[in-house]
Design a binder for this molecule. Structure first.
Ligand SMILES: NC(=O)c1ccc[n+]([C@@H]2O[C@H](COP(=O)([O-])OP(=O)(O)OC[C@H]3O[C@@H](n4cnc5c(N)ncnc54)[C@H](O)[C@@H]3O)[C@@H](O)[C@H]2O)c1
Length: 343
């Protein structure tokens, strides 16, 4: 079976999907669609055989088209996903699926009803560093997770319809949901708009999980350097993941801290008397070998596999909705000046 595919939205990200799908023999790109003629001309120049249109209805009405990839701005996702599912197309939609979890519920029900795949492109779930982090956490290699610190900073790209949280946090919230396998209990967010009025471009999100686990995100479009870093602090080891690093993306430090009585054995978790002191463990650094590939290629393979086998993807509509629920709470906190919001 070859899946006939259409792609809507050929701005910054869409052409990456086109490139990956074009290279995949299990699908055929039947249509590329964008409102802007210059983006269609750009695609036509690289892939002369691909049919292009400015009208998405052409894709919805094509009875031979099996699936649609939606890579348009977030505000248009809900309508385009709904139209695609209604016309019996499988859907891969960019993150976040919507900014309203109530609307996502409707799309999930529609996909169930029409027996179609609804997948959200939470790209990092399919990347080898994130798979390795999950594997190590599941094996308890890092010990008990204390805290995770995340920085996702760059100069832009400024979005017109969403703030920096809706743009960047879907990546980190989806990774946290995937590796910790639980939602936070509460969230607090602080942020500011420096360039566009009322569009926050620099934010801090604090997440509290059960078991005393915490995570902190710094998200910004106003940084001179591109930084994509994760630091996971475990009771046994510490992991540093730098996605900008070309090869050695993950480093595991055999470093740690424990509390000891003045002349005794390790004691309980918190230091409460002066006869206890902190001892530091400084061990080796381990760099796991990662199978490096383009995660979006893996996303496309998963989407096609789900269509072929009519199964649910790892990042299905329900996963996408959980991500959005957490960001909705972060957004509520931001608007309330950093108030703690319980999920
Ligand atoms: N997974 C990732 O790592 C990743 C990275 C970047 C962007 N994204 C996501 O991709 C999506 C698109 O982002 P972008 O930066 O490419 O945006 P963009 O503004 O550069 O491109 C969007 C394109 O969609 C077109 N468009 C809008 N409405 C349309 C419609 N109704 N019919 C046809 N074309 C339409 C626009 O003309 C534009 O060319 C967003 O959801 C964003 O969050 C994901």
């Amino acid at each position: 079976m070859v899946v006939n595919m259409g792609i809507i939205g050929l701005g910054y990200w869409g052409p990456n999907a086109v490139r990956n799908l074009y290279a995949n023999r299990r699908c055929f790109i039947k249509w590329c669609c964008d409102l802007r003629q210059e983006r269609l001309d750009h695609i036509k120049e690289i892939y002369p055989a691909v049919q292009v249109t400015r009208d998405a209805n052409v894709l919805f009405e094509d009875k031979d088209l099996d699936a649609i990839v939606i890579s348009t701005p977030v505000s248009s996702h809900y309508t385009l996903v709904k139209q695609s599912l209604t016309k019996l197309k499988h859907v891969l939609v960019e993150k976040p699926i919507s900014t309203e979890s109530k609307l996502i519920e409707e799309l999930i029900a529609l996909a169930e009803d029409k027996k179609k795949v609804l997948m959200v492109d939470h790209t990092f779930l399919y990347s080898s560093p994130v798979k390795k982090m999950k594997e190590l956490i599941n094996q308890n290699y890092l010990g008990e997770i204390h805290t995770i610190d995340i920085q996702r900073l760059n100069l832009g790209i400024f979005q017109k319809d969403i703030n920096v949280i809706w743009d960047l946090a879907p990546h980190d919230i989806s990774i946290l949901l995937h590796i910790l396998e639980k939602k936070p209990i509460s969230v607090m967010t602080f942020g500011d708009a420096h360039i566009q009025k009322l569009v926050e471009d620099s934010c801090y999100v604090y997440l509290n999980y059960s078991g005393g686990v915490t995570a902190h995100l710094h998200l910004s479009w106003l940084s001179p350097r591109k930084i994509r870093q994760f630091t996971v602090i475990g009771s046994e080891k510490m992991l540093f993941y730098d996605d900008v690093e070309p090869a050695e993306k993950i480093k595991i430090y055999d470093k740690g801290v424990s509390l000891k009585k003045e002349h005794g054995s390790p004691t309980h978790k918190y230091c409460d008397t002066f006869d206890e002191h902190v001892s530091y463990r400084l061990g080796d650094i381990f760099i796991p070998v990662l199978d490096l590939y383009e995660p979006l290629g893996s996303v496309c393979r998963e989407f096609i596999g789900c269509i072929e086998e009519l199964r649910k993807p790892l990042s299905d509509g329900s996963f996408g909705k959980e991500v959005v629920e957490i960001i909705e709470a972060a957004q509520t906190s931001l608007k309330a000046g950093g108030k703690k919001i319980y999920l």
